[in-house]
Design a protein. Structure first.
Length: 112
């Protein structure tokens, strides 16, 4: 199983498990445009690289998470949905998000 999480702009967090790793096209569809990585401790998040330019809504929970991981600074913020997978493996591929990471980060930092 491949597990990932999505934080949408309404603040809802979904934990999704599929039988195969998420594909690039599905990632693009989830964030609504070309993806940009946001490096978190132990995970990689993807957001719409032009979300602010496109006028996407601020995602406060995703912003809180990114600030807590020092992935963004100051008054920077995340626009649109955030998709979170596990860290990269040795081949540079995304890995499944672990339950431990989800529990330690999304439940506490994102105030889920």
């Amino acid at each position: 199983m491949f597990t990932y999480a999505v934080i949408n702009t309404d603040g809802d967090v979904s934990l999704i498990s599929e039988s195969h790793p998420i594909k690039y096209d599905d990632m693009v569809a989830c964030v609504g445009g070309y993806i940009e990585p946001v490096y978190l401790d132990g995970a990689v998040a993807y957001v719409n690289e032009e979300g602010k330019l496109e006028g996407l809504r601020q995602n406060q929970r995703a912003t809180n998470l990114a600030h807590a991981h020092n992935a963004i600074y100051g008054d920077d913020w995340i626009a649109g949905n955030m998709l979170i997978v596990g860290d990269y493996d040795d081949d540079g591929e995304n890995t499944s998000l672990t339950t431990g990471w989800y529990n330690a980060n999304l439940k506490e930092i994102a105030n889920v």
